[in-house]
Ligand binder design. Structure first.
Ligand SMILES: NC(=O)c1ccc[n+]([C@@H]2O[C@H](COP(=O)([O-])OP(=O)(O)OC[C@H]3O[C@@H](n4cnc5c(N)ncnc54)[C@H](OP(=O)(O)O)[C@@H]3O)[C@@H](O)[C@H]2O)c1
Length: 323
């Protein structure tokens, strides 16, 4: 709990005391955010640091990361920087070693870094690059940092910034959709066998895995979609595997969609980054009593893993890059 608030009105004093009681974190709480140099990640760092959490802004490019850090420090925020490329196991290992030496552990991990359909303009993104970042990056970093989560009465938090695009309704193959939704038996092998089936499809010009409205959309969004399906599934696997931890050692693991948000990835369509970051920050800072695990959230609401209604509500066609 952080400092007390002095107010004249007894009603206001009660209100602030209640607020403080909900505030489980302090300056000693350590958060790691990936892809923190711009977009939604930068905003998540800004909001967490503004709330008094000691926040480690990570970025794959040292210069871009330092620039982002400088902007936040100018606003008086307590943020530290460390390089991290989520596709590079050496970089992941160095971050983990540095965190342990400097802070002794962490309490919060936000897997935000991602690439999408428009990160590489004028070409359909290579499947490997997208999957390495959006799925294997999340998987490998989570495994590397889990041993560093510290016991805490409020529990530790992992939030994966995913997408509505990864809802199971986009998996056209019934067998795979059922496997991905069978939480008790889901594991990394199942997830990765579906990734392999998708890659085989792409190599052979087939479409046995995803249900996409058109071949053109499959070309433009298929890699991203399957990467977020896998990211969501991985969230469930990690959450389930950690669910039986005893009180004081709990880790709450959830994923969320920021909604279409005005960043480089969406080609500046959509709502503000403040809105895009909101659900992730809310999940991270929830009082322990309100925490759930293994869920998918949109607009602070548990939407389940199969929901599709809004997945293609954006003007997807206009965002297909030129070949
Ligand atoms: N914007 C949307 O409408 C939207 C909708 C749904 C979900 N999302 C998700 O939200 C997250 C953030 O996206 P955004 O919209 O903020 O996109 P963005 O502005 O393009 O930012 C993406 C961030 O990820 C970083 N990144 C990419 N590859 C990386 C790697 N290998 N290692 C470390 N960092 C890496 C980028 O670094 P560089 O600056 O070095 O490239 C950048 O900091 C993504 O996971 C995305 O899928 C976004």
């Amino acid at each position: 709990m952080t400092g007390t608030t002095t107010v004249e009105s007894p009603m206001l004093a009660t209100y602030f005391n209640n607020l403080n009681a909900l505030r489980w974190w302090s300056k000693d709480t350590i958060a790691v955010v990936t892809g923190g140099n711009k977009g939604i990640g930068f905003e998540i760092v800004r909001q967490l640091a503004s709330q008094g959490v000691t926040t480690i802004l990570t970025a794959r490019d040292e210069n871009r990361g330092q620039q982002a850090l400088g902007a936040l420090k100018e606003d008086g925020l307590d943020v530290v920087f460390h390089q991290l490329d989520v596709t590079d196991s050496k970089s992941i290992g160095e971050l983990a070693t540095w965190i342990e030496a400097r802070f002794g552990g962490i309490d919060i991990l936000v897997n935000n870094a991602g690439i999408g359909w428009s990160s590489l303009p004028n070409k359909v993104l290579a499947a490997k690059e997208v999957l390495d970042t959006n799925y294997y990056g999340v998987k490998n970093l989570t495994h590397a940092l889990l041993p560093l989560f510290r016991p805490s009465p409020a529990g530790s938090r992992v939030v994966n910034v995913s997408s509505m695009a990864g809802q199971l309704a986009v998996v056209g193959n019934n067998k795979w959709r059922q496997q991905l939704n069978d939480e008790d038996n889901l594991n990394e092998e199942v997830i990765e066998s579906i990734i392999q089936a998708y890659l085989k499809d792409r190599a052979e010009g087939m479409n046995n895995v995803l249900l996409m409205p058109s071949q053109e959309l499959l070309e433009a969004y298929g890699n991203y979609t399957v990467s977020k399906v896998a990211c969501n599934a991985h969230t469930r696997v990690v959450a389930r595997d950690l669910a039986n931890r005893k009180e004081g050692e709990k880790v709450f693991v959830n994923c969320m969609c920021p909604g279409v948000t005005n960043t480089a990835m969406s080609q500046n369509q959509g709502h503000s980054v403040e809105e895009g970051a909101d659900t992730a920050v809310w999940l991270v800072l929830l009082p322990a009593a309100e925490c759930v695990t293994g869920k998918f959230f949109l607009k602070r609401t548990d939407r389940g893993f199969v929901y599709i209604e809004e997945a293609f509500a954006i003007d997807a066609q206009s965002m297909i890059p030129e070949k």
